[in-house]
Design a binder for this molecule. Structure first.
Ligand SMILES: Nc1nc2c(c(=O)[nH]1)N[C@H]1C(S)=C(S)[C@@H](COP(=O)(O)OP(=O)(O)OC[C@H]3O[C@@H](n4cnc5c(N)ncnc54)[C@H](O)[C@@H]3O)O[C@H]1N2
Ligand code: MOO
Ligand SMILES: [Mg+2]
Length: 398
């Protein structure tokens, strides 16, 4: 049996970057960038007027001039004009190019305009480039604006659009099969006999995948039948990039999953992990295609925590998404005597900026209803069994 750290590292060592593809920028929300986004020109691209008013030459102002003859009116979207007389001005609008020969802008609120002359009637302090957003003052042409491995949100889209990237390179979303195994499982809308169980793990895993942006998913239900498992898994291995199985991996007579995977050419990298829940967690790689296969034990708390702990970081790493560790302090003392790493569900409170984790142990790994109201779990190390209040521990939000 290997440790949680070894299991995690074994899985991460199998990461293969997902292929890249082009995506039209306004359909790229939620995708992960597979290229850096670079400024194609200065930001701003010209000396951009920041207030509606008049553009003048500061030299005239410094000589004490307070009235300016208007040479013309310039709006945004027109080519740059020139001040002909250094004692004159241009009426200018926000977003316009600062006229050549001008080096500051006086807002219209400070002016009275009569007979084509702008008189400054309010007290104002002016310096070079007052009310002008100077060319390249934000970023120079060629600057990296967004790094690869960024999930694209609204503020990224505005940058992608403004640098003229009509198509962006993103990571292809893998096709993921979620496979429930078990004769006892029935569909959510089926009549359920007293000895049967409604299938729930697959839906929890699928929602978790969608939450993390992996929405190319399909759910299967296979019986505890070796031949059916073999034939269906063979086809699924062909059609999908990642397989997540639930159930059938422990030591029962009908737990066929590991031997069937083995017979299909999936090299099992480990079969048991020193953890609770999820001791029988199994992970393998299909030898000819390198496709990863996660076989998560069937108990529902195990399905949710093991999926979150191992599958999500694996998928994120395949598209260069950075892992962001989070920590919380325990709200109360906690004892765990087994020599296993414990994924302890918690409720999180934010107390003056510090995350405080209130332990919410379930009554076993079948007690999924106790996860309601929790925000994630903390990881408690195998080699300690008493965790005092205020101990800092890694926290994993669902
Ligand atoms: N002799 C031993 N028995 C067990 C061990 C062990 O080490 N020695 N490990 C226990 C642990 S830990 C777990 S976890 C389970 C794992 O079992 P399997 O992966 O073989 O899963 P199943 O036997 O198929 O099912 C277990 C349990 O989970 C329910 N289940 C399964 N799939 C779903 C689903 N999609 N939705 C909802 N519930 C599901 C299933 O009905 C069972 O109750 O083995 C222990 N036994
Ligand atoms: O995976 Mo089991 O959940 O430890 O009961
Ligand atoms: Mg079993």
């Amino acid at each position: 049996m290997i440790s949680v750290k070894e299991a995690f590292e074994t899985i991460i060592a199998q990461v293969n970057e997902f292929p890249k593809e082009l995506c039209v920028f306004d359909k790229s929300y939620g995708r992960v960038l597979a290229e850096d986004i670079v400024a194609d020109r200065d930001l701003p691209p010209f000396h951009r007027v920041a207030m509606d008013g008049i553009a003048i030459a500061l030299s005239a102002w410094h000589k004490g001039q307070k009235s300016f003859v208007i040479e013309g009116t310039q709006g945004a979207g027109s080519p740059c004009v020139s001040l002909q007389n250094s004692e004159g001005c241009w009426e200018i609008m926000t977003g316009a190019v600062l006229p050549t020969g001008c080096d500051c802008v006086i807002p219209v609120e400070y002016l009275k305009i009569e007979n084509n002359i702008a008189h400054v009637v309010e007290e104002i302090q002016l310096q070079e480039m007052t009310n002008v957003h100077q060319q390249a003052s934000d970023y120079k042409s060629g600057s990296k604006l967004i790094s690869e491995g960024q999930r694209i949100e609204a503020h990224h889209i505005s940058v992608i659009a403004s640098v003229g990237k009509y198509e962006v390179e993103v990571y292809r979303i893998p096709r993921i099969a979620i496979i429930a195994t078990g004769d006892e499982l029935v569909a959510v809308d089926a009549q359920v006999a007293p000895y049967q169980i409604r299938m729930s793990n697959t839906y929890a895993i699928e929602s978790g995948l969608h939450k993390h942006g992996f929405d190319q998913t399909m759910i299967f239900h296979l019986k505890d039948d070796k031949e059916q498992l073999h034939n269906k898994l063979r086809d699924i291995l062909q059609d999908f990039d990642v397989l997540i199985l639930s159930g059938g991996v422990s030591k029962g007579k009908y737990d066929y999953v590991p031997e069937v995977l083995d017979s299909l050419g999936v090299e099992l990298k480990f079969r048991r992990v020193q953890q609770r829940p999820g001791k029988p967690l199994t992970f393998g790689v299909h030898t000819t295609t390198n496709k990863p296969v996660f076989a998560i034990p069937g108990n529902p708390v195990t399905a949710i925590t093991n999926f979150r702990h191992y599958v999500v970081p694996y998928l994120n790493k395949c598209c260069s998404l950075p892992q962001r560790p989070s920590f919380a302090v325990l709200k109360s003392d906690f004892n765990f005597r087994k020599n296993l790493t414990y994924f302890l569900p918690v409720k999180i409170e934010n107390i003056q900026g510090q995350l405080v984790a209130d332990p919410c142990p379930t009554a076993g790994s079948g007690d999924y209803a106790s996860l309601i109201g929790t925000h994630g779990y903390v990881k408690l190390d195998a080699n300690t069994n008493y965790f005092a209040k205020q101990t800092l521990v890694p926290f994993y939000p669902w």
